[in-house]
Structures are given as structure tokens and as C-alpha cells.
Design a protein around this ligand. Sequence first.
Ligand code: ZN
Length: 344
Amino acid sequence: MRATLLYGAGEVRVETVPDAEIVESTDAVITVTNACICGSDLWPYKSMEPSEIGRPMGHEAVGVVEAVGADVHTLKIGDVVVMPFAYSDGSCVFCHEGLHTSCLHGGFFGNADVGGAQAEAQRVPQADGTLFVLPAGKDDALMRSLLTLSDVMGTGHHAAVAARVGPGKTVAVVGDGAVGLCGVIAAKRLGAEQIIIMGRHADRITLAKEFGATDVVSERGAEAVERVKELTGGYGVHAVLECVGLDQSMETAIGIARPGGAVGRVGVPQSETIPASRPAFFENITISGGPAPARAYIEELLPDILDGRIEPGRVFDRVVGLDEVPNGYRAMDEREAIKVMVEP
Ligand SMILES: [Zn+2]
């Protein structure tokens, strides 16, 4: 089959690799109908050391079940499924607590162990727990939104939950990528009164406003903090969704949180320490978040997508075939595209 491998910074190749197959009796194999390129794929795309064997890429997919192992009981061949970016058994202590990314038998897609989803097919461990069967008969626009349940919409929602967004709250979203935009959707959905999007790309700002952002702050650093305070009566916001992962964005996030507020971080941190520890301490700011248990949020978010109340699929502004995936990485890296959908 054809699959995407990253061989080092900027070195994306689509190659023929061994077919995805059942390894464990709890596995399924899906034919990937829709995948995507993630903002988090851009970190290795920018910085990975050269590799001789390459790293399989992609962790978001909608697909069709083509094979199941002997111990898979809830799925059948032909089911249309969404695949969260982490696999999980759905039955351990952490899965029961809704934290599927810490599953005792879980792991992540997009590596040499299980392969990646920017490919014609994907092996899915713990298939019963991992895959969610979608209702049949979806149109293309709906499919785009369903695909976001595999990562970005669940991640934006997780940032909002971690930041304790609720009715009447003031919210700021740091980062205007696809996750930040889904964070705007999530904040509005959870009843936020004021939603400040922090970003500077015109196309993303426009979409953020359509998703429910009430204010835009395009400044950075100290000026951005100043501007958010102006917009919030001098206090800062109750909830900050940190959707970038850099020290500067985290510093801004803590700077704009009001005393007693919370930062929900979902951008993969690019350094080992959390900046602005002292201001966070003295203002009693909660810092929460981590990899989103996307699987846990599907049941909650799916009805809103099916009813058209939210349309996270609008973050996809480019569609490529498998052979054009390298160009898709380039387009996202150069901010030419917000999020690229892949149709293998
Ligand atoms: Zn588990």
C-alpha cells in the first residue's frame, strides 16, 4: 500500500510499504477514506533528525473496516468509523475515567509500531475500544466535520474543558490554527460570553468570527496582554485555551488569565518547563490540559455535528490526494492552508 513517511526535516515522501495487517487478535484494519495533516505533524516536519527508515505519519482518520481480529466483537466489515489519534481499550481504569490517552493498553498513531493514517490503510490496535462507528449516509460536508472528531475538535473541546469554560465566562484562545478555531467553537458551545481570538492571519480570523469569536487581538507579547486586559475591564479572562505550545504563547496565556483563572493547554509543549511560574502562582492560575481524550468526547460532540449546530469541518481549506501530501505539509507550514484533508 501507499503511505506517508517523514525522513527528516522537510523530507516527506509517499512510498509503497507492506500492507497494514492484523497483528493482535484485538486489531482491526481500516481502509482510510479521509485523513489529515495535523499542526503537531509540523513539529517533526520542522525539526526531525534525518532517519534512514522514516517515520510513518498521520493520526487522524475516517475509514471503512476491512478486517477484524478474532477478539473484535463490536465492529463488522464495512462499518464506517472515526479513529481518534490515540488507541485505547475502553475498559481500563483510565478509560472509565474518560482519560483514554492514558489507557493502560493504549498508545498513539503515527509511528513505526502501528503505522500512520496518511496512508491507504491503517492497523488499529484495541479496535473495539478505539473505533467509533458513524451513522451511515453522510454527505461530504458532514464527513469533514466528523473527521475532526479524530483530533482537532476533540482537542479544542479539551482545551475549553481544561480551562473551565462555562456560561457567562470570558475566554481567550491563543493560536489561530485549526485547534484554536475548534477551541472557539467549543467555547461558544459551552456558553462563553466573550471569546477573544488571538491571531493575525486574515482568513483564520474571519473563520474564528463566524465560529463565535467576539474580539480579535493581533498583537503579541506584552502588547497582547495589555490589549486583552483592555477588553476585559482590566482583569484578564477567566479561561485561556493555549493551542500553540511555545514558551511565548504560554507566557501570554498566563499573562492574560485573570486571578483565579485557568489555562487549558493542548499545544504540544516544545520545552521541558512551564514559563511564568511565579505570576501563575501569585495569581492562583490553574494550568491544566494535555493530549485530548478525543475518544471520550465523541459521544458528546457527535449530535451537535449531525444536527449542524457546529461545523468544525470548515477548518479544512485544502484537499489533497496521497501523492500531494508533501505539498500539503509545505502549505500548512507556510500558513498557506489552515488544515489539509487527505483523500488517499
Ligand atoms: Zn484503557
